[in-house]
Design a protein around this ligand. Structure first.
Ligand code: NI
Length: 220
């Protein structure tokens, strides 16, 4: 399940995070890739100290967003990285490391937050290889795409302008992507029923089923 959250950041928060990302110092992105992804990673990665405030803005927005919470069921977030693609840069097909960082985090969900107006650069689509074929994602500044870390994916070459994005991973309470999708659908349905019928008998049945499936699948 690929979920787009638009917007995740807006107004002051988006302007500040974008300005910090554009002003940061950058180094070769290959330094932070796994050994097999290194061969295809051609981008730049921001010095963590220069984007610490921007990372805190993004993490707070993710933790506060109801759709992110419902779709991801985050247990822990990785540090958030900021990358830059100038003309000629790309990131070829790869799968993200399954376990990363200290303390160790199992990457169940990947996310990319777009920071630039898409009209300002050409190329730079995030292309996700899902069961239904390739899905190409290029979103407005401040919008975020969330997808299972189990998918191969790539960033298409930027041919004009510069693309900045924040990326990171979540370890979910629910490891299995299909189970997370069932819970997300059921949560969305129970909220819609609550809107329409209030705390009715139908809502209670759905809420019970949601709670019991989460209880069955959660690994806190
Ligand atoms: Ni990746």
């Amino acid at each position: 399940m690929i979920v787009c959250i638009a917007p995740l950041l807006e107004g002051e928060a988006l302007a500040r995070a974008g300005a910090l990302a554009r002003a940061a110092r950058y180094r070769d992105g290959a330094e932070t890739a796994g050994w097999h992804a290194r061969a295809v990673k051609h981008n730049r990665q921001a010095e963590p100290a220069d984007v610490a405030e921007a990372a805190a803005i993004v993490a707070a927005a993710l933790q506060a967003h109801p759709v992110f919470q419902s779709a991801v069921l985050p247990q822990r977030l990785s540090p958030i990285l900021f990358n830059r693609y100038a003309p000629g840069m790309d990131y070829g097909p790869h799968v993200d490391d399954a376990v990363m960082g200290t303390p160790r985090l199992r990457s169940d969900v990947s996310f990319t937050l777009f920071l630039d107006d898409p009209a300002g650069y050409e190329g730079g689509e995030l292309v996700i290889d899902s069961a239904g074929g390739e899905e190409s994602v290029k979103l407005a500044a401040g919008a975020c795409v969330v997808y299972p870390a189990t998918h191969l994916h790539r960033v298409a070459p930027v041919v004009r302008g510069t693309r900045h994005a924040a990326v990171g991973w979540a370890q979910s309470l629910v490891r299995d992507a299909a189970a997370r999708e069932i819970l997300f659908d059921l949560d969305t349905a129970r909220r819609a029923v609550f809107e329409r019928l209030g705390k009715s008998e139908t809502f209670d049945r759905l809420a019970k089923t949601y709670a019991n499936l989460l209880r069955r699948w959660a690994e806190p």
